[in-house]
Ligand binder design. Structure first.
Ligand code: FE2
Length: 248
């Protein structure tokens, strides 16, 4: 069994709950689709966690903004990435988190799996279309049939919203139906949601596991109030604390 996580966003409380659950499940390898840092108050701890525990750790748009200084972020995110850069730059030498993030790749192919942060068209910046929009859902299904070649399943993050798109349609997981079979050779887009800043009005950390043909979405509650308090005491935007409490 492998786990696919994304968008941890320096949220240590959420990340620890997910890591602990992965151990309970007997997960062999964890693939991270990027945005380990940004927004949240624990970038150093998350950088260490990514380096030591993730078999893959991709370049997300927040890692790109961190190492290049170039982005089109809103003021909350912009202030947070500058704060993160200052925090991470204090560690130099072989354990330098800035050096680690500079080396990240924008996509990785693992057997029949393509791992991206954004989409197959732009692995760092593009968003996979919204599952609620029927026109975009149909376009996504057409994408699977037309452009998925050389791999079967694309795992993506970035939109902070978990869902599965196959040739049959788009499925949004919920607590009574969160496990799906993807038969060998079938094409699928899997958006794993966000560990550290979910935006589907569910405050719980989101990630996925794949065990053979069985895909399962997981949601885990964590100590949101503790993370919110850390965001405020770090001097980051209060909006970044508020949104964790609402899942937006
Ligand atoms: Fe993100």
């Amino acid at each position: 069994m492998i786990a696919i996580v994304s968008d941890l966003h320096a949220n240590l409380e959420a990340a620890e709950v997910v890591m602990s659950h992965c151990r309970t499940l007997g997960v062999k390898e964890i693939y991270c689709l990027g945005d380990v840092i940004g927004y949240g108050p624990d970038p150093l701890a998350l950088a260490r966690l990514a380096k030591s525990h993730f078999a893959v750790s991709l370049m997300g748009n927040h890692e790109e903004a961190l190492v290049t200084g170039k982005h089109r972020f809103n003021p909350h995110a912009a202030k947070a990435i500058d704060w993160t850069r200052t925090a991470l730059s204090s560690v130099t030498g072989p354990d330098s988190p800035m050096a680690f993030f500079k080396e990240r790749q924008p996509f990785v192919l693992k057997g029949n799996l393509l791992l991206v942060h954004g989409s197959i068209y732009d692995p760092v910046h593009d968003y996979v279309d919204e599952p609620e929009n029927p026109v975009e859902s149909q376009q996504m299904i057409e994408t699977l049939n037309r452009d998925f070649s050389g791999f079967d399943i694309c795992f993506a993050g970035h939109n902070h919203t978990p869902f599965l798109a196959t040739a049959v349609g788009v499925m949004i997981p919920h607590d009574r139906h969160r496990s799906f079979r993807i038969p060998k050779g079938h094409k699928a887009y899997v958006c794993v949601g966000s560990v550290g800043q979910p935006r589907d009005h569910d405050t719980r950390a989101s990630f996925a596991t794949l065990d053979g043909e069985q895909l399962t979405f997981h949601r885990l509650a964590y100590d949101v109030k503790r993370t919110q308090a850390k965001i405020l005491s770090a001097g980051l935007s209060p909006f970044l604390a508020e949104r964790l409490g609402e899942g937006i």
